[in-house]
Design a protein around this ligand. Structure first.
Ligand code: 3HC
Ligand code: NAI
Length: 698
């Protein structure tokens, strides 16, 4: 019938199959194909019922995001769905994989829905800064009630087939999608079932129409963490229409909200982030045919903060791990923390109550590095000292089986130097997870000078298997994320000497959308870490050093840049610290001045952009998008601002270069001078996005 949608007839059942790889997204061709096939089937007197199904790995995964922002092509998705819903012949959606966004909206337009047992259903448009724009906000509440609809639409949370059956989203769970759909269609005909058009069925809305708090409470729960985002609030408004607005008018209003969001800056940034994340997983500069190595068993060395969190990520993905320590005491402590964390998640309802035990059963704690024998992948997460790392890698070289991938979780140290103590530097690389490692999604994959292509591919694939977002980076001090963070920290520190206070700087940074400011972050990590490192490097930072000398290490001591009441993590301004800052400046004969929020923001963000440009110039990151992904998933950069490099492109590189030059002069800080790449792009009126992939930016 069409290149991407096929129509077949099995006696009185027409089978319409969408076949548009990779994810059957609703491109114009797919929309047209569905419309034509359904119209043909409806017009064919021999056809009594229709099954809509998909080829490949999944049911329709949504609208084709690449079409957004381009001129609309007919037919509109809403038109296709109306055709399905108004069909006089029963239509059964037969679902496998994921029915997402416009895909689920198509299924909601069908009269019946069946799915295989591992299928998932969601309206994740909010994650792209959008809301369902083809009736999803009106039909889903009618299918499952407004409370769950709010969770799925405003929270963007998917549900599985068992929940979908229980909540009435699907009519049956079947073995195979096409055969199960066909059998179900025959049953519908045999039982002469009436066609259920969700648009006409308000039964599940009645309770919330009487007591609207059911809806408003669900919205409040789902928007608690939506600070700064527009889409979840618009999505909540749209679901609200289902309670008080006639169906067709509600569809019109939903569409209007959808178009506003689609044309807005936030959704553009979020769609950019979606593709940047997928692009980042594509490793540049390795032969195309590179194969991964097999990874079935994993060993993690060190059961501290990071080792434990990394082990949790593997156990959560169902992969067995051996967790290795130097003695029983740190081992038991590490295992205990992991168990407690899993149990806390179960207590909050995040995982089933039997999951903590199931996951912990996948972790075997042992003492002694010889237990790495047999592991396909070994991740080292011991103390951040080169001597210790070298000792551990020399031992790994002795015990690890040939071909095992040897990874270090170091935050700053030189992977090449670590690899050099082994006889197999080609098998060594960095896998830099972020804290808390069981939660944060980023994994910087650090490519050493001698890392073999298949080792790199293996690390990227493993990171994806444990639901992390991998980004390949090169060797330098702090790699991509921590190196840019250092540029920001340097300015944060200087701002204190010039006249700002920690609470002012942090407030500007959190208002911008970051989860916390630099001083709150330092207090959380522990000021002693930076102090130790400064002492090692022979560097001073008068204010931070004075706090440490007074035993104020941050949250763990109840005092740092802020004070903390016992048992609380909430930072409270501390007049003693403010006096200490003023006294230190006086002692150093530094004049303090009023610093405006605009200057603070520029000095927090632009130096990071500048460092990002240096990182690109040096080929440490292959693409500006990779840097953005690092910041989105490792540091909680607000997704609606796309990432630091994307943000810089929106602000304009000329403006950023000018402001940096200006601050460099005013503060006599040469590190603020715009990098050659930033200068060149600014002079040519170009953006970071204009750079080609592959680290070849010059
Ligand atoms: N449009 C266009 N391309 C898409 C797409 C979409 N909706 N969804 C995925 N793709 C592309 C990806 O960019 C990727 O392309 P690449 O191979 O060239 O990099 C390819 O499909 C495979 O995607 P993944 O690597 O993400 O594959 P996974 O198997 O890991 O995940 C998925 C599959 C769960 C379907 C995931 O791709 C996904 O979550 N997609 C987005 C789903 C979504 O947000 N749908 C809503 C869209 S908005 C909408 O429908 C509006 C409507 O209400 C009007
Ligand atoms: P930690 O001090 O909490 O844990 C280190 C653990 O390693 C300790 O339990 C120690 O007993 C164990 N250990 C030391 N030598 C060992 C050996 N030879 N064999 C087996 N176990 C050994 O340290 P943390 O914070 O987990 O850091 C570990 C690594 O992760 C460091 O390289 C650090 O830079 C890096 N990292 C830390 C982050 C953080 O926020 N804490 C973030 C990202 C990376």
């Amino acid at each position: 019938m069409s290149e991407v949608v096929d129509l077949e007839r099995h006696d009185e059942i027409a089978i319409v199959t969408v076949d548009s790889l990779p994810v059957n997204a609703l491109s114009a061709a797919v929309r047209r194909g569905i419309l034509q096939c359904v119209q043909t089937a409806v017009a064919d007197p021999a056809v009594k019922a229709i099954v809509l199904t998909c080829a490949g790995r999944t049911f329709i995964a949504g609208a084709d995001i690449t079409e957004f922002g381009k001129p609309a092509q007919p037919p509109a998705l809403a038109e296709v769905i109306a055709e399905l819903e108004n069909s006089p012949k029963p239509i059964v959606a037969a679902i496998h994989g994921t029915a997402l966004g416009g895909g689920l909206e198509v299924a909601l337009g069908c009269h019946f829905r069946v799915a295989v047992k591992n299928a998932r259903f969601g309206l994740p448009e909010v994650k792209l800064g959008l809301l369902p724009g083809a009736g999803g906000t009106q039909r889903l509440p009618r299918a499952v009630g407004p409370e769950l609809a709010v969770r799925m639409i405003v929270g963007g949370e998917p549900i599985d087939a068992a929940a979908a059956l229980k909540q009435g989203l699907i009519d049956a769970i079947v073995e195979g999608p096409a055969s199960g759909g066909e059998a179900f269609a025959r049953k519908v005909l045999a039982e002469r079932r009436t066609l259920r058009r969700l648009r006409d069925d308000d039964s599940k809305l009645e309770t919330a129409r009487v007591d609207r708090s059911i809806f408003t409470n669900a919205v409040a729960a789902m928007t608690k963490r939506a600070r700064g985002l527009e889409a979840p609030f618009a999505a909540a408004d749209a679901v609200g229409f289902s309670l008080d607005t006639p169906f067709d008018e509600a569809l019109r209003k939903e569409r209007e909200l959808f178009l506003n969001l689609m044309n807005g800056d936030q959704s553009k940034a979020q769609r950019y982030a979606f593709f940047a994340e997928r692009e980042a997983a594509k490793v540049t500069g390795i032969p195309e045919a590179t194969k991964q190595r097999k990874v079935e068993s994993v060993a993690i060395v060190g059961a501290g903060t990071m080792g434990g969190g990394i082990a949790m990520s593997f156990a959560s993905a169902g992969i067995p791990v051996t967790l290795i320590e130097t003695s029983d005491e740190p081992l038991q402590r590490g295992l205990g923390i992991m168990r407690k964390n899993f149990e806390a998640t179960a207590a909050r309802g995040g995982i089933a109550t039997d999951e903590p035990a199931r996951r912990m059963a996948l972790v075997s704690g042992v003492v002694g590095l010889e237990h790495v024998r047999g592991a396909d992948l070994i991740i080292e997460a011991v103390f951040e000292t080169m001597a210790v790392k070298k000792e551990v890698f020399a031992a790994l070289d002795t015990y690890a089986q040939p071909g095992a991938v040897l990874a270090s979780n170091t935050s700053y140290l030189n992977i090449n130097e670590i690899a050099a103590v082994t006889t197999r530097p080609q098998d060594v690389l960095g896998m830099h997870f972020f804290s808390p490692a069981n939660v944060m999604k980023l994994c910087e994959i650090v490519r050493g000078a001698k890392t073999a292509p298949d080792v790199l591919m293996t690390a990227v694939a493993v990171a994806r298997r444990i639901a992390k977002v991998p980004v390949v980076v090169g060797v330098c001090d702090g790699f991509v994320g921590n190196r840019m963070l250092a540029a920001r920290s340097g300015q944060a520190d200087r701002l204190l000497f010039e006249g700002a206070l920690p609470r002012q700087v942090d407030a500007v940074v959190t208002r911008f959308g970051m989860p916390m400011g630099p001083f709150t972050m330092d207090d959380l990590a522990g000021l002693d870490i930076g102090w130790r490192s400064r002492k090692d490097r022979g560097v001073k930072s008068e204010i931070a050093d004075a706090l440490c000398e007074a035993g104020c290490f941050g949250q763990k001591t109840g005092k740092g840049y802020y004070r903390y009441e016992s048992g609380s993590r909430a930072p409270l301004p501390d007049p003693e610290v403010e006096t200490l800052i003023a006294d230190t400046c006086a002692r150093l004969d530094l004049e303090r001045r009023e610093i405006g929020d605009d200057e603070i923001l520029e000095r927090m963000v632009y130096p990071m952009v500048n460092e990002g440009a240096r990182i690109l110039e040096e080929g440490i990151a292959a693409r500006p998008g990779d840097i953005d992904v690092v910041w989105l998933y490792g540091y909680g950069w607000p997704i609606y601002r796309g990432g630091p490099m994307y943000y810089a492109d929106q602000v304009g590189l000329k403006h950023i270069a000018d402001r940096l030059s200006c601050y460099a002069r005013a503060t006599n800080d040469s590190s603020l001078e715009p990098s050659p790449l930033l200068q060149r792009l600014a002079a040519e009126g170009k953006t970071f996005a204009s750079l080609a992939a592959g680290g070849k930016v010059a």
